[in-house]
Design a protein around this ligand. Structure first.
Ligand code: ADP
Length: 294
């Protein structure tokens, strides 16, 4: 047993004939802030809901905090804080009512944290939830998810729909919480800025599989960018064209690839004028440029 907070192997999920997860392998070590990065529709919500046991998987293995979530009872749920995209807060309740409602569901509840967070965000306890702004609802959902002091916090696109200020504020709360508690945080996003700002690790989901995963610096360093004079004909499969113009081309390829000199050599007039690490955006483009194969 590895001690990873989340482990899954060859995880598959179909909706009818539609194959959304085609064999996901993922290990989330304790103490990491792990971003699940993917375009809209890549299957991030499906993966999170499958990992949590909220929807059944089609096949494969899942282990979360040492248990299979599909078999586990409330004890496992109590150790996981979860904020979904829609937050699932009851609009008719007042803030004080939802706090009491949630507190009764958990053995641990950090009332001091709740009180100070409500004050910090200017959330009055007698406010009706449906009158809150999107940003306020997301902050409230985060407070409710953290109050039971979960070992693992899972957030599904928590920043989507927030304005840049609210987004920055939210990321800061997450970062402070992780620094204070060492809690493991797993969050999905399609926004590279979120990843660059707080993630220690990243997994790129595309075409139903994890295309790259690990420490953020290592994933970033896995791809390099090469600028050439002249354009390459017949690109080898591991090389992706980023742009070409009359002066030459820019290409992305695995950093460890040794074949590059032969590739340019076979292309006559091609000279390498720049060989540098790729930006995270380019790394993302590289791994998501393979087309949506079955
Ligand atoms: P993401 O969170 O990355 O945007 P989702 O997991 O929400 O992606 O969706 C992945 C794909 O699965 C999408 O094509 C979506 O339309 C489809 N999908 C999601 N939920 C269902 C469902 N309940 N039934 C059928 N298709 C679904």
């Amino acid at each position: 047993m590895s001690g990873d907070m989340i482990q899954c192997s060859n995880l598959k999920k179909n909706y009818g004939h539609k194959k959304v997860l085609k064999g996901v392998d993922l290990n989330i070590p304790p103490g990491t802030i792990y971003a699940l990065l993917g375009t809209n529709g890549a299957g991030k919500t499906t993966l999170i809901r499958t990992l949590l046991g909220l929807i059944p998987r089609s096949s494969g293995n899942v282990n979360i905090l040492g248990s299979d979530p599909w078999q586990a009872g409330p004890n496992l749920r109590q150790r996981i804080g979860y904020v979904s995209e829609e937050q699932g807060l009851y609009g008719w309740m007042k803030i004080a009512q939802i706090i009491k409602f949630c507190r009764d569901l958990y053995p641990k509840w950090n009332s001091g944290f709740v009180a100070s967070s409500l004050q910090r965000f200017g959330l009055a306890e007698n406010t009706r939830i449906r009158t809150l702004s999107k940003g306020q609802k997301v902050r409230l959902a985060l407070i409710l998810a953290l109050a039971p002091e979960p070992d693992l916090l899972i957030l599904d696109e928590p920043m989507s729909g927030l304005d840049p200020l609210a987004q920055r504020d939210f990321l800061k709360i997450l970062q402070q919480d992780a620094e204070r508690t060492g809690r493991t945080i797993f969050f999905s996003t399609h926004d590279l800025h979120d990843v660059e700002t707080i993630a220690t690790h990243v997994a790129i989901l595309f075409n139903g599989r994890i295309q790259a995963t690990g420490a953020l610096d290592a994933v970033r360093a896995s791809i390099r960018r090469i600028r050439t004079t002249g354009q390459l004909k017949n690109l080898p499969p591991q090389v992706r064209e980023l742009e070409v113009n009359k002066d030459g081309g820019v290409y992305l390829l695995p950093a460890a690839d040794q074949a590059w000199p032969e590739i340019t050599g076979a292309n006559g007039d091609c000279q390498v004028v720049e060989d540098s690490p790729a930006l995270l955006e380019e790394v993302f483009l590289y791994y998501c440029a393979g087309g949506d194969k079955a």
